[in-house]
Design a protein around this ligand. Sequence first.
Ligand code: ATP
Ligand code: MG
Length: 406
Amino acid sequence: MIIENLPQEFKKALPVINEIEEAGFEAYFVGGSVRDIMLNHQIHDVDIATSAFPEEIKHIFKKTIDIGIEHGTVLVLFEDEQYEITTFRTESTYQDYRRPDEVTFVRSLEEDLKRRDFTMNALAMNKNGEIVDLFNGIDAINKKEIVAVGDASERFNEDALRMMRGLRFSSQLNFTLEKETKKAIKEHRALLGKISIERIYIEWIKLLLGEYRNKGIAAFIETQCFNYCPGLENKKAELERFLELDESKTIKDEETAWLLLCYLLMIEDIPALLKQWKSSNKMIQSVKVGVHQLRKRKTSDWSVDDLYQTGSEVISFVEDARNILGKSHNKAIVLSKYDELPIKSIKDMHVNGKDIIPFLGEQPGPWLGDVLSELEEKVLHGIIVNNKEELLKEAKAIRKRVKEND
Ligand code: ATP
Ligand code: MG
């Protein structure tokens, strides 16, 4: 098969291939970008594989960066673009189900394509647009099937992450797992326990954000891979709730994905779950606050205090999640209510401790925090205006009231 009219991203990279060939080596486009041409999808990164060794690539191009030289990858900077150029390689004796013990550089394209995960990802294309299809990748793409290269069991034994990659491709591409490949996932799912959570995390989020997420989630459930992901063990029925949602409402970001997951799975201790997944503290905080608000929305509308405590970023995630859950939602109106709040945080108050202490002539103490909180509350609810003079006057009144009540 020949691709007649190469997408612009490839045309731009042709001089790179030419230079490598002029130096006497082979070079091909490989991986996801070649698959994506066949699918007529937007091309992101154009990756190149070559028979040249990393040191040879560094000789050919003026500007290079070593980004993974031990794996054979050199980044070449060429006319405002960057290309990952990776030496043909084989990987051998995976003893821990996740990392090759040894990467060997080879001069044969076939050897390189053999070690790739799925047949659709094992295509190569030369500078003339001719597709090298040694493992029937085109046929798999036409059938919309995810097929492991060679023996599926062997491939998942070598690197168990490939099982999660298969599931996320299913969600992104609307592809089905081919019979033998699916069977091998079922047999080897427990090996996911050997994979670092950071690598599973990336695939899991891509799966949830996929345009055809129900396909990916259904396969995740059917293969029981969920039983080997932290916090999702034995959550089959809860995960199935995802399948009832309208999939045409795509999940747009990671925060909304976690919000929906924690909500549908009725997770009690959200920080504990997200810590197992090694999420950032910011993510943990956003999801915790967001899920709390999502649950509160079942019985009440956004109050001024809810808006203030949640902040615009998480308000957006909550409204997006409500949309996906099929509940009434209106991000624009809720955000405009938030915008109308007199203050967005205590930092917006036009008075602070340094103003209040000398004004009242008192020694600093715990009373100060109480006064500031009361002022904040009153400004937020429009009881007093955010003006220094007014605030100092109110601070004085508060102290007077407290002392009289003592
Ligand atoms: P995306 O469009 O999401 O980037 P991709 O197929 O390009 O998808 P990458 O993770 O960028 O995925 O990997 C590039 C290529 O490297 C893949 O197409 C595949 O050929 C190979 N590859 C990546 N990860 C693995 C793996 N774990 N095992 C085998 N081959 C892999
Ligand atoms: Mg890629």
